[in-house]
Each structure stands twice: as structure tokens, then as C-alpha cells.
Design a protein around this ligand. Structure first.
Ligand code: ADP
Ligand code: MG
Ligand code: MG
Length: 896
């Protein structure tokens, strides 16, 4: 979870006088790094994934599972390898391995092949590759190997009854005694949760302080409401204790703790009475001048308009309440949870919620995800990627959905995002009521940041963005351009939540501590990371982090989504793609992504013209064909402006080399299913041919086909990943969420009441463990891809180092971006044309057809390239695409 600092964190009231100090210095630190690195060029692609693993205890005799709270000890043990190399600085080692230095240098140096970090909850272990992957095609096949290594390493330090899973959401979190050890007390001083004991929070002071300070800033415990999945016997309302029976139905709010919090306010205490605890007077005046709405100008090159806001944005902390725990406690809880009026209506003495109610940061930050960080060649490229990947975040969230049950109930949503968002929403009641700020700190992005003139980002920044006006002015004064200044000043509307007591000793010229304090608690779908001047990763350049994906059960799935995103990022650069839609539409997409089964049912705003800079290409191809609808269609790929200079003013519809779309509106959008976005949308829709769109997977395949010298094994392995992603996108394979939901619904213990029984949870977890270990398959979820793809054997760091070093020795082709465009585009146009016309001809609403055509088509290339005769070819075709991929995988495995 980003930044971890040592030192003693200040209590919320003690931190108050220093909030502006941190903000001011954070901005200075950003300005310094910006000035030092704005012109930094030529960083090679480096990238890495992050996976949060869940530790469990399995009680086989009682057939029940618990979350194991032993992550801190487990991480200690896992870090032993890293500690060995701490003599050399980690940064040094990483630089040597991924930099230009000669092989012999790092042959002898020990390199940790995995890194382990604590995460919010004590059942979570974050694992990343020890050194980021580099820019070779063959690095893409290392990902799954490294994930397998991580799994093996964790397994080695677990106790016999402990297991690990890459699981987004544990279904019984917060239900009765759900963790081991049980942890004591409810309403602990940190979270004050009725369901989660504070013992679940990682002991690093950052995590507890975050929890407590979010609650104190907000003025009450966080309140998460998730729609309940309705089955035929689902009760219309859930007693607040359902699934939370550990406390026997008694709300035990410890008044002493509240008094302690009040007394802990030392530095402001002299002149304040009890009453004053409820008003942050010192801040109000400052707050009033601090924030402003910034309105984007359509032209994009004029200064933002700042509209100062009048309303105070802080309305006070949680007030001490005198409660009779036995009688008033539930009433108090209901009020804080926004359930008071609901319960007024039910005057039968029971306290209920119409949805799944959760009350602690751990319910959100205890959910696990898959993140990917990509280093850009320079700041401009990083910003371009940030914007493009942001648009894809809701789509990938829906596609990787893995959150079907929470706090013991089936949810009517499939993904985690809004749950985490509510779990760290530190806005006060007034701020929420005013919509100022409009969103939680954990949210989708609010503005695009690219400055590329042909991309016209300003056109898509269609909602006012709240900024810290002083930060904005300072950034502009220091030469930061408008888009970036707005983005950073928007991050800085938030209060720093954790200030350590040594905060004033930081040197702004070399440190990014205060900047990171704010940046790392703006949890957005994408994050733009500046180069760090000091610390463990000094060699890193401008980076973009993609943060929306949910975690899958097997390494194969996680590797597939990782590889897809990395390849897609290269396509975005190489094809010069333009995926912009307005921020307001992007927000709608994020809402759609939460719908149950969004991957099959949801329709997402997506752009019709997805290429920019078309004029660079001179290319003209036409294809007439008879489509399934019976009509003759024509797809043309023609650059009307062929040869005109790059960046000319022509609209995409006039200059697009791939004229799938002849909509005259260059910015046109339409609603598409995930299948269409990923696998393509045929030309013919109601006999109109003007809407053809190739699909992101087609572009990635075309990109791969155009890479010269890509070895067959790698190509086939990557092909299997893409086919798997295609099958999930088309709905042919279930998402993790859909599969788990079905598992629970079909479990013999299920009573059609939306409850996840402990028996169902146990069996589900067991099944997930078997799957993750490659001991079984699950055709509905994984098709034939698994366990065929499982990497057998217990990998060691040493084995992995050998694989990694081999890549450098082999001189595998590189993952190229913009530099590839000249070579890629001419080859791509006719390949895409073929693919699109094939899909249009065969499209009859059956995704498999499409999928198979792709596979067969690629198979032909493969056979031609490798001299396979017609008889063999027919044999392969008969065996189907999957069979061929299995064969290829086998070859790939041998290769590895
Ligand atoms: P955070 O938690 O803030 O996102 P981490 O350090 O946990 O940051 O994760 C960083 C990720 O970035 C890891 O996957 C790591 O492999 C990867 N990474 C490290 N250095 C670079 C780099 N120079 N360029 C791109 N990715 C990198
Ligand atoms: Mg991390
Ligand atoms: Mg991260």
C-alpha cells in the first residue's frame, strides 16, 4: 500500500496544525522532481506486477476456514533473501540487472527474485518480482514463472494447516469468529468496528493510524453499503448481527476510548473545552480559501478557470456520545450507518439493514488486487499511457470480476471497487452532502493529463475538478503545465492522513516523502508516478500504474491479464491509439462495471475512432465481401491524407488508416459490450457496415504477428493467454465472481436465502486451493487452459534467475512502442482487414466462431511459416484451436 515510513505517527488532533506544512512541502518536492526530470528521455520499458496473497488456516476435521493473521511473521521470513543482498543496495542490484551492464557482472551477484511487503490486513502478503521485468518479449513468459515462484516461497514458510490463495474477497470476512487468532474486543480504538477486531490491522503504525484518522476526520465510522443479491428466500432486510454473531448482538461501544481520543489531542488542548473537540476552528478559515473548482477550457491551451468555493469543508470530528451500550448502542450504530430512518420504520426492536452493511476500513483495504506498473520512455509517454489506461480501467475491472460475496452474503455486484471506496471515505458529512469533494479518496480519476496536441485531452475533461488553489498556482509558477498542475493540485485537496513526528526533518530537494504522503492515499484507477530521487528505486523513471484489476485464483489467469495489459500498452504506443471518452462517460463505465455479470450484460462507452496520427501512414486497402446478413459490404482502410505531415488538422474520419468507422464525428462514442471491445464488432449491424471495429485483442495479435524474430514457443504461450482473455471477454468462460457465485448457489447447504454458509465457504476455499495448485480443472472457469498450463515442480529463486539470465543471453526481440509504428502500421492494416472481414462474414452472434476464426487464421500463418503440410494442418484444425495451444504450451514449457 505504497509508502511506509518509520517514526511515530501523530494523532489526528496533533497533526492538524501540520496539514498545510505537509501539503506545501509535498508540492515543493513535486516541483523539484519535475524540474529535474521533465526532460529525462529514453528510459527503457521496465514493468512489474503486484499481487496481494491471502493467508488462511484450514481446519479439515471441523471443515472450516479462518483468515490467518500471521502475515507479519510470514513476511519476515520471506524477506530473508532480500536481507541477504541488502549489503549492496537493492537499487544497485536492480539497476545492474535491468540496465545495460554486461551479463558477467550480475551473474555472480545475488538478486532477490521476489520482494515482499506488508499490506493493510494481517492476512495479506504483497509479492512483486524482485527486479522489474525488462523490455524483451521473453520477459512476458517470465511473469507466470515468477508468480509460481512466489507461491512456492510462501508455501515453504507456512505452517502445516496454513494455505495461501490469490483471492480478491474472503466471503466470510467479519462473520463470527473468522480469523485465527480470533483477536479480542469489538469497537477497538482504531476501527471501532462491530465486526472486525483491530487485531486484523497490520501492526505497522501507518495502517492503524490511517484507519483511526480516516474515522476521526470523517467524524464517524465509515459506512459501506453493498446491494444484496436477492434469491427466492432472501429476507427483505438483514439483522445487523446476521453473520456477526461473535458479539452476541450486543453493541459494546467503549466510552473510555472515545474520551481517550479526545484527551489525545494534546497540542490544541489548552484553550479548548470539550465542546471544541467538535469544531476544527483553526482549519475552517484556511479551508475556505484553499479549494477551488477548476473548469477546463475546451481549447485546451488557455489557463484553467478557478472558481473559489465558499463552503467550509470540515465540519468537525466525531463527538463523544453517552450510550448505554446494551440499549442505545444499536440505535447509535444505525444512525452512523445511515440506517436510522430505515430502522424508525421497523419499530419492532430489531435493527436491520436492507443491504450488506460493513463498518470498517478492513472490509475494503482487506480486499486484494492485481496491479501493474509500466515505466515510460519519458514523462510525455507516461502521461499518454495514464490517460489511455484510465479509460480501460472499468472494462478490466468488470472482466476480472472476483467479488461475489461479502460479510457472509451474496452481493448483487461482482467487483470490489466501490466497497474499498466507501471503506476509506474520510469526507465529513457536510463534505459528502455538498459533494465537495465529489468522490472518496479511493476513486476513478477525475482528469486526463496528456499534453499531446493531437489527443485533445481538454475536450474530454468535461467535469469541474476540485483543486487546491494554492498548490495549483505554485505548480504553474514553477513551470508545470496546466494539465499536470491540475492533476497534482487535485490530489492535494486531501488532508495528509498520517504524519510522522520527524516530518520537519525531510529535505525537499531530494525527498518525495510529503508528496508521496498525499499521492499514496489518493487511490485511483491509475497512478502517475514521478521518478524517485532517493530511496530503494532511484533508477526508476516516470511510471504509470494500472490498479483496477481483481485477483484471479490461478497464476495462469493473473499472468494472462498482466501480459494482455502490457502488450496492450505497447499497442497503444505503436498504433498511436486514442481511446479517450469524456470523464463523465468513464465514470458511468465504472458504475456499469459494478453490475452483476457486467462482463456479459454491461454496455460500456467506447470510442469509434480509436487511432490518432493516421496521416503518418500511407495505406489503402479495400475489401468487398458478402456478409451473413446477405448484403455486400465494403471495408476500406484508406488514408485520404496519405503523406500529409503528422499532426495535421484533419479529423480522424478523414485520415484514419483503419477506416472501420466512417462516422463523420471524430469523437463519436457508442455503447459496446466487453466482447465487442475486446474481440471486435463486425461491420454489419442491421445491414449497416459503418461501425466495424477490430477489438483490442485483434490489435494485440496483429502486433505480435508483426514482431520480427519472435520465437514460436513464446508466441504460442502468449497466444494462449490472449485466447484465454478472449474467452473470458466473450462470456464463454465465467468470471471468477460468476463461478464462485454459482458454486455457492449450488452448494447443498445453500437455502436460497443469499447467505454463504460456513460449509459452502470451506468447500469453495478448498476448491480454489486445489485449482491454484493445479490439482484439478474447472472447465466453466478455465476451459481447457487449466491445469494444462500449470507449471509443475517447486521453483527456486536459483531456477528463476537462470530463466531470467537466459533471456538476456538469447537476445529475444523487444517489446517496442512508438518506435515500432513505421514497421507495424503497413503490415497491420491488411492483417486487421482480414480479421475484421473474417469476423464480419462469420459473425452470427456466436463468439466462439469469432474466436475460432482467429485461432485458425493464426494457425495458418504458423503452419506456413513452419512448413507444416496440408494433411497435418487438417489434423490440427480438427483438433481445434485449444489442442494446438496445448501443443504449443508443451513446447513452450520445454523451452522454459
Ligand atoms: P506501489 O505499492 O507504490 O505501487 P511497489 O513498490 O509495491 O509500489 O510496486 C512497484 C511495482 O513496480 C512492482 O511490480 C515492481 O516490479 C515494479 N517496478 C519497480 N521498478 C520499476 C521501474 N523502474 N519501472 C516499472 N516498474 C517498476
Ligand atoms: Mg505495492
Ligand atoms: Mg501498487
Amino acid at each position: 500500500m505504497g509508502l511506509l515510513t518509520t517514526g511515530r505517527p501523530l494523532g489526528w488532533w496533533d497533526a492538524q496544525p501540520h496539514l498545510d506544512y505537509v501539503r506545501e512541502h509535498g508540492i515543493e518536492q513535486f516541483v523539484n522532481v519535475f524540474c529535474a526530470t521533465r526532460d529525462r528521455q529514453g528510459d527503457v520499458l521496465k514493468w512489474g506486477d503486484e499481487i496481494e496473497y491471502t493467508l488462511l488456516v484450514l481446519n479439515e476435521s471441523e471443515r472450516c476456514t479462518y483468515l490467518s493473521l500471521r502475515a507479519p511473521q510470514v513476511i519476515q521470513e520471506l524477506q530473508s533473501e532480500e536481507r541477504l543482498v541488502s549489503r549492496n543496495s537493492l537499487a544497485d542490484v536492480q539497476e545492474r540487472v535491468t540496465g545495460e551492464s554486461e551479463l558477467s557482472e550480475f551473474d555472480s551477484a545475488p538478486v532477490p527474485e521476489t520482494l515482499w511487503r506488508p499490506e493493510y490486513a494481517n492476512w495479506m502478503v504483497e509479492g512483486t518480482p524482485g527486479v522489474p521485468y525488462s523490455c524483451y518479449m521473453r520477459d512476458l513468459v517470465l511473469v507466470e514463472q515468477n508468480m509460481a515462484l512466489r507461491r512456492a516461497q510462501i508455501r515453504r514458510v507456512l505452517r502445516p494447516n496454513e494455505r495461501l490463495l490469490s483471492l480478491t474477497a474472503y466471503p466470510l470476512l467479519g462473520c463470527g469468529r473468522f480469523c485465527e487468532p480470533a483477536g479480542d474486543g469489538v469497537c477497538g480504538p482504531l476501527a471501532r468496528s462491530l465486526y472486525l477486531p483491530d487485531a486484523v490491522i497490520n501492526p505497522h503504525p501507518r495502517f492503524g493510524t490511517l484507519t483511526r484518522n480516516i474515522r476521526l476526520r470523517r467524524g464517524e465510522p465509515v459506512a459501506i453499503h453493498v446491494p444484496l443479491y436477492r434469491d427466492k428466500s432472501t429476507p427483505s432486510e438483514i439483522p445487523l448481527w446476521e453473520g456477526g454473531s461473535r458479539h452476541g448482538g450486543v453493541v459494546d461501544i467503549d466510552l473510555h476510548q472515545i474520551v481517550d481520543e479526545k484527551l489525545a489531542k494534546t497540542s490544541l488542548s489548552q484553550d479548548n473545552t470539550d465542546q471544541d473537540v467538535g469544531s476544527v476552528r483553526i482549519d475552517e478559515a484556511v479551508q475556505r480559501q484553499r479549494l477551488a473548482w477548476s473548469l477546463s477550457q475546451a481549447s485546451g491551451d488557455t489557463e484553467l478557470v478557478l472558481v473559489p468555493i465558499e463552503a467550509p469543508s470540515v465540519d468537525g470530528p466525531e463527538r463523544p456520545v453517552a450510550l448505554d451500550a446494551q440499549h442505545d448502542g444499536l440505535g447509535y450504530l444505525c444512525e452512523k450507518a445511515g440506517l436510522a430512518s430505515w430502522n424508525e420504520r421497523n419499530r419492532d426492536g430489531r435493527h436491520t439493514s436492507p443491504d450488506i452493511y460493513m463498518d470498517a476500513m478492513g472490509f475494503g483495504m482487506g480486499l486484494c488486487c492485481l496491479q501493474i506498473t509500466l515505466q515510460a520512455a519519458n514523462m510525455d509517454e507516461g502521461r499518454y499511457l495514464y490517460d489511455q489506461l484510465a479509460v480501460l480501467a472499468p472494462v478490466m475491472l468488470a472482466l476480472t470480476a472476483a467479488t461475489p460475496a461479502l460479510r457472509g452474503f451474496l452481493t448483487d455486484t461482482d467487483v470490489r471497487w466501490s466497497i474499498i471506496s466507501a471503506s476509506v471515505d474520510d469526507r465529513t458529512a457536510l463534505e459528502r452532502a455538498l459533494g465537495c469533494p465529489p468522490k472518496s479518496r479511493y476513486s476513478s480519476i477525475d482528469c486526463f493529463i496528456s499534453n499531446r496536441p493531437e489527443m485533445k485531452a481538454a475536450l474530454y475533461n468535461d467535469i469541474p475538478v476540485l483543486v487546491d488553489a494554492r498548490a495549483y498556482r505554485r505548480l504553474r509558477e514553477a513551470g508545470v503545465d496546466e494539465h499536470l498542475a491540475r492533476h497534482v493540485a487535485h490530489l492535494f485537496i486531501r488532508d495528509p492522513l498520517v504524519i510522522f513526528d520527524d516530518f520537519a526533518t525531510v529535505d525537499d530537494r531530494v525527498s518525495l516523502t510529503h508528496f508521496e504522503n498525499i499521492q499514496s492515499t489518493n487511490w485511483n484507477t491509475v497512478r502517475f508516478k514521478p521518478p524517485s530521487q532517493t530511496g530503494p528505486n532511484t533508477s526508476a523513471g516516470w511510471r504509470t500504474e494500472f490498479r483496477s484489476m481483481e485477483l484471479q485464483i490461478t497464476d495462469f489467469e493473473n499472468a494472462a491479464f498482466t501480459v494482455f495489459m502490457v502488450l496492450l500498452s505497447r499497442c497503444i504506443l505503436a498504433f498511436g491509439m486514442n481511446l479517450y471518452i469524456p470523464i463523465s462517460k468513464h465514470d458511468e463505465n465504472l458504475v456499469t462495471a459494478h453490475q452483476r455479470d457486467a462482463v456479459r450484460q454491461g454496455k460500456f462507452w467506447f470510442r469509434k475512432h480509436i487511432f490518432s496520427r493516421e496521416a503518418e501512414l500511407s495505406c489503402s486497402v479495400r475489401c468487398h465481401y458478402r456478409c451473413a446478413c446477405g448484403s455486400e459490404h465494403c471495408v476500406s482502410f484508406q488514408s485520404l491524407n496519405a503523406g500529409s505531415p503528422a499532426g495535421s488538422q484533419s479529423s480522424p474520419s478523414q485520415s484514419c488508416p483503419f477506416r472501420f468507422c466512417t462516422d463523420p464525428d471524430p469523437e463519436a462514442m457508442e455503447l459496446m459490450t466487453i466482447d465487442e471491445i475486446m474481440n471486435g464488432k463486425p461491420c454489419c449491424e442491421k445491414h449497416a457496415f459503418r461501425k466495424a471495429y477490430p477489438g483490442l485483442l485483434t490489435l494485440v495479435r496483429v502486433y505480435l504477428d508483426a514482431i520480427p524474430g519472435l520465437d514460436r514457443a513464446t508466441r504460442m504461450r502468449l497466444g494462449a493467454y490472449l485466447d484465454f482473455v478472449a474467452a473470458r471477454s466473450s462470456g464463454r468462460l465465467l468470471t471468477c465472481a460468476a463461478w464462485m457465485r454459482e458454486f455457492i448457489l449450488k452448494h447443498p447447504s445453500y437455502r436460497h436465502d443469499s447467505k454463504v454458509t460456513p460449509e459452502a465457504c470451506y468447500d469453495l476455499i478448498q476448491r480454489c486451493i486445489e485449482l491454484s495448485e493445479g490439482r484439478c480443472g474447472e472447465p466453466a472457469l478455465l476451459g481447457d487452459f487449466w491445469p494444462e498450463h500449470h507449471i509443475d515442480g517447486e521453483l527456486t529463486s536459483h531456477d528463476f534467475s537462470k530463466l531470467r539470465n537466459q533471456i538476456h543471453e538469447e537476445d529475444s526481440p523487444q517489446l517496442r512502442g512508438e518506435s515500432f509504428r513505421e514497421e507495424l502500421l503497413p503490415a497491420a492494416a491488411s492483417r486487421i482487414l482480414e480479421t475484421v472481414s473474417i469476423s464480419a462474414r462469420t459473425h452470427a452472434g456466436v463468439a466462439e466462431h469469432h474466436h475460432d476464426q482467429h485461432a485458425r487464421h493464426r494457425g495458418c500463418d504458423y503452419h506456413q511459416a513452419h512448413g507444416v503440410d496440408e494433411r497435418q494442418r487438417r489434423h490440427h484444425r480438427g483438433a481445434g484451436a485449444l489442442g494446438r495451444f496445448q501443443e504449443a504450451r508443451h513446447q513452450a514449457d520445454q523451452h522454459l
